[in-house]
Design a protein around this ligand. Structure first.
Ligand code: GLN
Length: 237
């Protein structure tokens, strides 16, 4: 039994007191690819990270991250798990960040793929356009949305070959677009989760998704200038 004063307090909060706000809830598609590294970038920003493997995992998410992996496999797994339609509906309405294969999933055009991509970001991308695994590299990326360059880790990365109308380029490497935004949808050719620099995750949550994230403290981490403690040596597709 609740005490009457407890009930009363809940029904009529005294002026100035707000109910505690829940932490923003961000899903990371976890069919294949780097769930843990995205989680490690997101959790320190005060969000609850949800592993998305089934349609029901999308309930009550404020935003979603589609990680890297192998886009052909991801598309097949989306079909097999029944996630394709619910994810499609989600990314049409809600904030989404796609990294590498995640960008391919969000793009309007990319061929050949076993199924059409989700087509919410009006760009054409070419898969593996920097070469093979051995041609993977890290390089400084210029961004228009951060206070300084960002270290981009490119692993069998796609290249953006066409920009549709209304697509904002938010990152470039050697003048070429490697990060794009259209409204609440963001796609990156590289892997921000593979450095310990969470500025792009923070920007996505705060500026793109409009979620409450604590303000950045101090200068960008040293790892902005090197691949950082979390390493880059994984065998990505
Ligand atoms: N080469 C992969 C593809 O085409 C993407 C690689 C990645 O996500 N790191 O799907």
């Amino acid at each position: 039994m609740k005490r009457p004063d407890e009930e009363g307090a809940r029904r009529a909060p005294s002026p100035g007191t707000r109910p505690p706000r829940r932490a923003p809830r961000v899903g990371v598609l976890s069919l294949q690819g780097d769930f843990d590294r995205h989680r490690a970038s997101l959790e320190p920003l005060g969000v609850e990270v949800v592993r998305v493997t089934l349609p029901r995992d999308l309930a009550a998410l404020d935003a979603i991250v589609l990680p890297g992996g192998e886009s052909t496999t991801l598309l097949r797994l989306l079909e097999a798990t029944g996630l394709r339609d619910p994810i499609h509906a989600f990314v049409r309405e809600r904030p989404a960040l796609g990294t590498c294969a995640g960008l391919i999933l969000l793009a309007r055009e990319c061929r050949p793929l076993p199924a059409p991509p989700l087509e919410v970001l009006d760009v054409a991308v070419e898969r593996n356009a920097y070469g093979r695994q051995i041609d993977s590299f890290s390089a400084e990326v210029e961004t228009s949305v951060l206070d300084g360059p960002f270290l981009g880790v490119f692993i069998r990365a796609p290249r953006i070959r066409r920009l549709g109308e209304g697509i904002e380029v938010i990152a470039r490497h050697r003048g070429e677009p490697v990060g794009v935004r259209s409204g609440r949808t963001v796609g990156l050719c590289f892997h921000p989760e593979l450095t310990s620099d969470s500025r792009l995750h923070r920007w996505f949550l705060g500026e793109v998704a409009g979620l409450d994230v604590p303000p950045a403290r101090g200068p960008a981490p040293a790892a902005a200038a090197s691949p950082g403690g979390r390493g880059t040596g994984e065998d990505h597709p």
